[in-house]
Design a protein around this ligand. Structure first.
Ligand SMILES: Cc1ncc(COP(=O)(O)O)c(C=O)c1O
Length: 451
């Protein structure tokens, strides 16, 4: 083909109106939400880039499959369908459905971790870290050093630092490292992929020490496609084959199907270990539901079964990765500091570089996210000092792109808004915390502006 434009590979069949607010209205609503965008009603948001989790648009095939959902409590046909698809991609023996990713995490860590243990990851996501800490174990981030330099164009900034991993295992003692995790892609670290080479090396090290390797697989399809684009030897491979190769290096995974499951709710936990699977299913029955639905409706199971295959479609993945890069490249060429290179599901503004006059203790990421809302009704999320407190190495603002939801003109509008805020960045002020919860404080924190 001689055309260069990569278009959305779908037609829109159902639309949901979005509404403008005035700047004065947004000022009032932001103050009423205590300057925390999580506390805003969604109706007051024009373009919602808070998260790519559960916010995607389902396909006609998914909606049709939902009508076939088997709502039987035990032995649901829809679970068999999901298990077959999951085993075809992930290859693990046991598939345990959960209502979303963090439920899979809670069950996994409850069964595997105890006080005094250490769980290494390239970078733990907020719920992963919190669920590990809830068991009394310690969650340790071991990203490669390039991951901490937002402007480094390294193609695999999701990689784990092998030398630090081995040093940690030796220092803690193998018996205190119940599992190692690799998050693909690395969400808290800028949506950056993990290379097959790195996954292979982490797997070899884990096998050497007899430690199970688990993937946090939320964005496995995007990670597979970024391997295809960036890693030598993978250009002609199908994303599904790349994903299969990666999962064969591990012993299990946690999955939030709200991302690359292209579903609005759901998740699962996989393992090859029969004894762990039994304990996990027992706990599942206590808190999530019977092991053939695990907190989901039968129709949700079918939507995920179809969505997992659609997420691996090459046309879809090309559009997904190119459209995310479109946003990143257009703002970075005007000087806006972002985490480079653009990742799979989101563009991350580097708030410390955007607002160098606001120290981390005054939440530059929250201040920047608030300004994007005030300027153009855009909702984003801080990933930094608010989310991770002292563990934060960067202050980022994540602009997560819901799957198959916004068109290029929506993104052109987002670009305009960011560039307006960039022009008046020196006038932006920091914030101080007025309330925080003991866990996952970013969801409910309240702020006051520093005048
Ligand atoms: C990398 C990663 N792990 C785990 C989760 C938790 O998944 P859920 O929101 O479905 O509980 C998320 C959600 O954003 C995530 O990005």
């Amino acid at each position: 083909m001689s055309t260069h434009t990569i278009i959305e590979p779908f037609k829109i069949k159902s639309v949901e109106p979005i509404h403008w607010t005035t700047r004065a209205e947004r000022e009032r609503r932001l103050a009423a939400a205590h300057y925390n965008l999580f506390l805003l009603p969604a109706a007051d948001v024009l373009i919602d880039l808070l998260t790519d989790s559960g916010t995607g648009a389902m396909s006609t095939r998914q909606w049709a499959a939902m009508m076939e959902g088997d709502e039987s409590y035990a032995g649901s046909r829809s679970f068999d369908q999901l298990r077959e698809v999951v085993q075809g991609i992930f290859g693990y023996k046991h598939v345990i459905p959960t209502h979303q990713g963090r439920a899979a995490e809670r069950i996994l860590f409850h069964v595997m971790c105890k006080k005094g243990d250490v769980v290494p990851n390239n970078t733990h996501f907020d719920t992963t870290r919190a669920n590990i800490e809830f068991t009394g174990a310690e969650a340790v981030d071991l990203p490669v050093h390039e991951a901490l330099n937002p402007s480094s164009p390294h193609p695999f900034k999701g990689n784990m630092d092998l030398a630090r991993l081995e040093a940690l295992i030796v220092r803690a003692g193998r018996e205190h490292v119940p599992l190692v995790m690799l998050t693909v892609t690395n969400n808290s670290g800028g949506g950056q992929p993990v290379s097959m080479e790195n996954a292979r090396a982490v797997s070899a090290l884990c096998r050497n020490y007899g430690i199970p390797l688990y993937f946090d697989a939320c964005r496995f399809a995007e990670n597979a496609y970024l391997i295809k684009l960036r890693e030598p030897g993978y250009a002609s491979k199908m994303p599904k084959a790349i994903a299969q190769e990666m999962f064969a290096l591990g012993d299990g995974c946690t999955m939030s199907a709200k991302k690359d499951g292209l579903a609005n709710i759901g998740g699962f936990l996989c393992t090859n270990d029969d004894s762990l699977a039994q304990q996990e299913k027992d706990l599942l029955i206590l808190t999530e539901g019977y092991p053939t639905y695990g907190g989901m409706a039968g129709r949700d199971l079918t939507a995920i079964a179809v969505g997992l295959e659609e997420a691996l479609d090459e046309d879809y993945l090309r559009y997904r990765i190119v459209s995310t890069a479109y946003l990143g490249n257009h703002i970075s060429e005007k000087g806006v500091p972002i985490v480079q290179p653009p990742g799979g599901h989101a563009i991350y503004l580097d708030a410390r570089a955007f607002l160098p006059h606001i120290p981390p203790a005054q939440f530059p990421g929250v201040a920047l996210a608030d300004e994007l809302y005030l300027e153009g009704g855009i909702r984003s999320v801080e990933i930094g000092t608010l989310m991770f407190a002292d563990a934060a190495k960067m202050d980022l603002v994540r602009l997560a792109i819901p799957r198959r939801v916004y068109t290029q003109s929506h993104i052109d509008y987002v670009i305009e808004v960011i560039l307006e805020v960039w022009k008046r960045r020196e006038k932006i002020r920091g914030l101080k915390l007025s309330y925080q919860a003991p866990f996952l404080r970013h969801f409910t924190a309240r702020f006051e502006p520093i005048l």
